[in-house]
Design a protein around this ligand. Structure first.
Ligand code: CTP
Length: 402
């Protein structure tokens, strides 16, 4: 399920500070199955190197009309590049490049490719707020829009100038989601709401200490992004993690403890179509959270623990037509334990990870999963990235349970 599988995307980079985000943009596009080639203006090379982009795109990066560093200069054919692409994306599009595009100027390769391209064109403007708001710039954007180009919105926030306002280039994952939407108008999760729990929970012992675990949140965030790319509106309830997402269809609710996660889940559960428990929720929490830092007084310290709420079991008990998926991370009797959890928590499916599998588990970016459906059919998958696991999981949900 590669949402940009086989799509040829030509990325045109112009010279603005937001160009530093383009390596991540190339990676996002490739991660979703696209082939990417890059053309850049000479000024863009001051912000990001062609070597970085050619390494990531696995294609030469072009910026002039001919390859001049050879004995026999080669013509970089702008017509061929424009015809190769299924979509041309200009990101960042500076005020200067927008103006040149709007008025048909052709003094660099990027502009020549733009003028000769027959494919759909997406433009992600990026500039300082006053430039963005200037009537001349607005007029250029209107002209470009009237020529049939798709103009992506700009983000709002901190700008390189130190000012705050409208003008930031959209984040790479946001741009990618617009392109995915364009190529996939009938996404399988369009109109569906998905709830995902992710990360660890921290259970406070005193104001500075807690009981936690090594869950990174990677699996839950990958599931959220894949669901959103498939068209869903996602609520991602996550414990403390360094993972981040800017996907426009993901609403992140950051929580710390199991009880906060439970409250956040309860708020939305009734209104979702699919719920996935990918969080490593603490099973126990200290009975009392000490008001002050516990002082080192004796050789032994006993902390009384009491059970937390089983969030997934709650969702299983209160199911009203939702598809409910759980995870089971096991160290022994894996299948037996996973099947028991599937039944006990009234799930529609469970994803089993075994700690005995190399490359599976908490802090790594890969995983080896077994998907068990409610009819007890079992599907084993090889070691793959957590992103690929997330795609596999939605493949299973959509193929067997829709
Ligand atoms: N889970 C949950 N709330 C809890 C504990 C677990 O929502 N308080 C969810 C996890 O997100 C996961 C599934 O339940 O989807 C299984 O978690 P796991 O820790 O493997 O199972 P437990 O039910 O806690 O059983 P045990 O720890 O005894 O294996």
């Amino acid at each position: 399920m590669s949402l940009l599988g086989g799509k040829k995307i030509l990325l045109g980079i112009s010279g603005g500070i937001a160009a530093y985000k383009t390596p991540l943009l190339v990676r996002e596009l490739i991660k979703n199955g696209a082939q990417v080639r890059v053309v850049m203006t000479p000024a863009a090379k001051d912000f990001v190197t062609p070597l970085t982009l050619s390494t990531l795109s696995k294609n030469p990066v072009l910026s002039s009309f001919s390859a001049t560093d050879q004995d026999n200069p080669l013509w970089n054919d702008h017509v061929e590049l424009g015809l190769w692409a299924d979509l041309m994306l200009i990101a960042p599009a500076t005020s200067n490049t927008l103006s040149a595009m709007a008025h048909g100027r052709c003094n660099n390769l990027l502009l020549a490719v733009y003028l000769s391209a027959k494919c759909p064109i997406f433009i992600a403007p990026a500039m300082d707020l006053d430039m963005f708001a200037h009537p001349a710039n607005k007029k250029n954007i209107e002209i470009l829009s009237s020529c049939g180009n798709s103009i992506l919105p700009v983000g709002e926030g901190f700008l390189a100038s130190g000012l705050e306002g409208k003008g930031r280039m959209l984040e790479p994952d946001q741009i990618t989601s617009y392109i995915i939407d364009f190529f996939n108008p009938n996404l399988p999760l369009k109109g569906k709401r998905v709830l995902i729990t992710a990360g660890p929970t921290f259970e406070a012992i005193d104001p500075v200490r807690f009981i936690g675990n090594h869950a990174s949140g990677k699996m839950g965030f990958a599931l959220a992004e894949v669901a959103a790319n498939l068209g869903a509106k996602v609520t991602l309830v996550s414990g403390p993690t360094s993972e981040r997402t800017n996907h426009p269809h993901i609403n992140v609710k950051a929580v710390v403890s199991a009880s906060e996660m439970f409250e956040a889940v309860k708020d939305v559960y009734d209104n979702v179509h699919i719920a996935i428990g990918a969080a490593a929720v603490a099973d126990y929490k200290p009975e009392v959270k000490e008001k002050h830092k516990i002082k080192k007084k004796s050789d032994h310290l006993a902390i009384n623990l009491v059970p937390t709420k089983d969030i997934l079991a709650y969702m299983g008990e209160h199911k009203k037509g939702q598809y409910l998926l759980g995870f089971a991370l096991e160290t022994q009797n894996e299948l037996e334990n996973a099947l028991e959890k599937l039944q006990r928590k009234n799930l529609d499916g469970i994803v089993l990870n075994s700690m005995q599998d190399k490359g599976a588990g908490f802090s790594v970016s890969t995983n080896k999963i077994t998907f068990i459906h409610s009819d007890k059919s079992i599907h084993n998958f090889p070691l793959q990235s957590k992103w690929a696991c997330a795609e596999t999981i939605f493949d299973q949900i959509l193929t067997y349970d829709s």
